[in-house]
Design a protein around this ligand. Structure first.
Ligand code: UDX
Length: 435
């Protein structure tokens, strides 16, 4: 099938390449010329495992192309909207890019004999699809909402083998049927693999995405609240999470205490969801406020620990930060806890040196004001305190005996290293809810 994907960020670019990988002819559209140039040359504009090879392979095979010109998508039967919905000033999702994508797309659809579908993948406030449907129908196409659940660093795997596919369909039975059949054809390979496919109305599909992300955020903030209690009582949050997580009903995943969640989704989506519930007059549903507040406190707590460990004054002191990305195996630094913690400490007068295998080279180009080291060994050399803030394997596997800091103090923001090994090498170890 001929498919277009509008928006070539982490979501759109991976989706476009994945659709080509399962045999479709795909054009990715983005307004950023530089990005389109890179993608057209088969080069990934960001670090994402498995993506580079898949992109290059499909561009090479002629199944995947990229363009800034919406006219290039006119012969596609399926149009995915994968543009971002960044945080607006009041916390709500900024719909500028979704609206612009729809407005630029619609003049080009509905010209063929075959029915055309517009598939919303962006994370939007509940009620969006209902408000867009008539516009799409007037242009001669059918709207279907198909939220995306991919995780960065597993994006390819999550797109090709998702846990589930969710279709939000029109109240109009004919439109619902036709759009579902076309999307089933697009995802045939994925459906054949046994992936559950759930069909529901527009608002429920939109809510599945934000409620899933809020639930994940809640799990993380829950265990981080337990970490605060463990710190106050001398208990160990890692053992606690292990024991609690063995209850099947709770599960072990997303119970890693630390400096909290970051990235382009969880922080933004929880705030936007909260803003939407307030708009809907449901302001008594304020559990999201606590989830966010706990998460914010984690960043401050890690910075405070560093200050405390250095006797209350970090001015002029060299502090090594291991990790800039919001999680390992990505170079994405959007809303990264590590960057905030570095900023708190730099504002307090510390000399920060930061290192990250994937985000480090990006930081070097984008932030020449930041001191970026090429390796953990280089960053830690002569540092008075070391903070491990992104749990890359190469940081987890460091041998503490081989490092040459000025002060052997480590703050393990992800509970990622073995306290005893570091203590045996003479280090003072601070964990998050464990010591
Ligand atoms: C998330 C959702 O998982 C995904 O389904 C959705 O489509 C987009 O948002 P992503 O942002 O890629 O994906 O990252 P995720 O793996 O969920 O991690 C988010 C943050 O939570 C990271 O900063 C991570 O370090 C942190 N985290 C995760 C914890 O602090 N503890 C945990 O136990 C798990």
């Amino acid at each position: 099938m001929k498919i277009s994907v509008i928006g070539c960020g982490y979501l759109g670019a991976v989706h476009a390449a994945s659709m080509a990988e399962i045999g479709h002819t795909v054009v990715g559209i983005d307004v950023d010329e530089e990005k389109v140039k890179l993608l057209s040359a088969g080069k990934a504009p960001f670090h994402e495992p498995e993506f580079d090879e898949m992109l290059a392979r499909n561009v090479e095979a002629g199944r995947l192309s990229f363009s800034t010109d919406f006219a290039d998508l006119a012969d596609a039967q399926v149009h995915f909207i994968g543009v971002g919905t960044p945080q607006g000033p009041d916390g709500s999702a900024d719909m500028t890019y979704v609206n612009a994508a729809i407005d630029s797309l619609l003049p080009h659809v509905g010209k063929s004999e075959e029915p055309t579908i517009v598939v919303g993948k962006s994370t939007v406030p509940v009620g969006t699809a209902d408000s867009l449907e008539q516009k799409v129908v007037d242009a001669g196409a059918i709207l279907i909402w198909n939220p995306e659940f991919l995780r960065e660093s597993f994006a390819v795997q999550d797109t090709l083998r998702p846990d589930r596919l969710v279709y939000g369909v029109s109240k109009d039975e004919e439109r619902a049927k036709v759009s579902q059949e076309i999307l089933d054809e697009v995802y045939d390979d994925i459906l054949q693999a046994g992936t559950p496919r759930l069909i529901m109305d527009f608002p429920t599909a939109e809510l599945v995405k934000v409620s899933a992300n809020s639930f994940l955020a809640m799990k993380i903030s829950y265990i981080n609240a337990m970490a605060e209690i463990c710190d106050a009582t001398g208990a160990n949050v890692t053992m606690l999470a292990e024991a609690v997580g063995l209850d099947d009903r709770i599960g072990k995943k997303f119970l890693r205490a630390g400096i909290g969640y970051g990235g382009g989704c969880l922080p933004k989506d929880t705030l936007a969801f909260q803003a939407r519930t307030e708009e809907l007059g449901l302001s008594s549903l304020n559990f999201l406020t606590d989830i966010n507040a706990i998460n914010d406190r984690r960043r401050q707590h890690a910075a405070d620990l560093a200050v405390e460990a250095l006797g209350g004054d970090v001015r002029g002191k060299r502090i090594a930060i291991l990790g800039a990305a919001f999680k390992p195996n990505t170079d994405d630094m959007r809303n990264s806890p590590s960057i905030d913690i570095a900023k708190f400490l730099a504002d307090a007068g510390a000399n920060i040196v930061i290192t990250d295998p994937a985000a480090g080279p990006v930081l070097k180009v984008k932030r020449p004001d930041i001191n970026v080291a090429d390796s953990a060994h280089e960053a830690i050399k002569d540092a008075e305190v070391t903070l491990l803030l992104t749990e890359w394997d190469e940081f987890k596997n460091l041998d503490p005996a081989t490092l040459e800091p000025a002060g052997k103090i480590v703050i393990d923001g992800r509970n990622a290293i073995d306290p005893q090994t570091w203590k045996n090498a003479g280090w003072t170890y601070y964990g998050m809810g464990r010591s």
